[in-house]
Design a protein around this ligand. Sequence first.
Ligand code: ACO
Length: 427
Amino acid sequence: MTDHVILTYAGNHYRLPVVTGSAGEQAIDISRLRAETGLITLDAGFANTGSCRSAISYLDGEKGILRYRGIPVEQLAECSTFKETAYLLINGELPSQKALTRFSVLLNDHSLVHEDMKIFYQSFPRSSHPMGILSAMVNALRSFYPELQRLEEEIDITVTRLLSKVRTMAAMSYKISRGHTVVYPRPDLTYCANFLNMMFDSPVRPFEIDPDVVKALNVFLILHADHEQNCSTAAVRVVGSARVNLYTAISAGIAALWGPLHGGANQAVIETLSEVAQSGTLDRVLARARDPKDPFRLPGFGHRIYRTYDPRARIMKRMAHVLLDKLRISDPLLDVARRLEEIALKDAYFIDHHLYPNVDFYSGIVLRAIGIPTNMFTVMFAIGRLPGWIAQWKESMDDPDWKLCRPRQVYTGPNERPYVPIEDRPS
Ligand code: ACO
């Protein structure tokens, strides 16, 4: 493979090294570009820019491959649990039985949320979006759990606190939004069963834990656990690069994930499918998606990296069918989704633009079957993505090439001009 490229500019030749990743992908290292040539690069949305070297997740957008620490996501969805996958992402290896037990004990020990935080929850207007609440509350964790002296201990405890408490906080926000009593975590339940119990148990109707639902939630969370340098992960790395505390960096990731072009798409998919189900026709939605003058984009379709079917969407689709069958649920939105997918995949616009279902297309149907309300969908994504954000933040902290993230720009505003006193300005 080539180990450099030659850039010719203003009659001079510059040799730029080419870096090769472990799966063969190549990148031009431009770290000396400005110093040597005076030039910078311009790349809207960073579509061609590698921001770091990373050993966490690998994805091939042409072939539809996704692996965490080298292990195919299909195998993890089939055989692993979310807790074990979180450990894998954060620590780089699957845990031994002893390490997994220790991890479970720590997660249990840190699962409670400071009682004073309940007051904050109660002060948000009832109509607040849970993603706004979650982002604010995760940032507030730093005030309740101040920094520890020893860096290693601080990182370990902050990581387990986040993994455990965000799950408790998500369920708490749901309960409080409904005016119900908060349900506390239980030491005898697994990570996902505990979350479901905190969401749905009530003093008048005890929650019955269904292993099929627990499995579905595990798979949902595993499928969302990491996805290399996506928008929210990039936000965590950029904010974290200022050496801010981990809670605040994660809070920035949650804020980015909220957007409808990113994690917020799972909520938008259900809203679109419901609109189609009500109107009884797909034509309007498809026509809007194809119309270059309409800013509408079909939620759950398209991806910056995948030019083929998102492997997570394939698993999610299969799981939606299996779960609905097992729970004997007939969701009209599943039929609408299937029809929409079928038509879109044969449609010239979608074919030409390489638009396939992404992870969000079927995930809302799975969440509805579990009983999660639509406005909590993106919160579920955030719980899933947490180990990825943490792993990426940790990797950036240990990166020998670490730098404060600070892009440049090509200035297009006015050149120097004098200040004009107000009385001399045109009225
Ligand atoms: N519906 C209609 N047209 C689309 C869609 C869509 N869902 N997605 C992309 N396109 C079109 C664009 O209009 C553009 O068309 P043009 O070249 O004729 O102008 C072309 O495809 C390329 O679009 P870009 O915006 O350049 O692609 P980008 O890589 O920036 O977009 C994105 C990726 C933001 C995910 C986009 O596909 C989208 O908006 N999808 C809908 C929202 C969604 O599902 N987001 C979740 C993504 S997965 C995740 O974050 C977990």
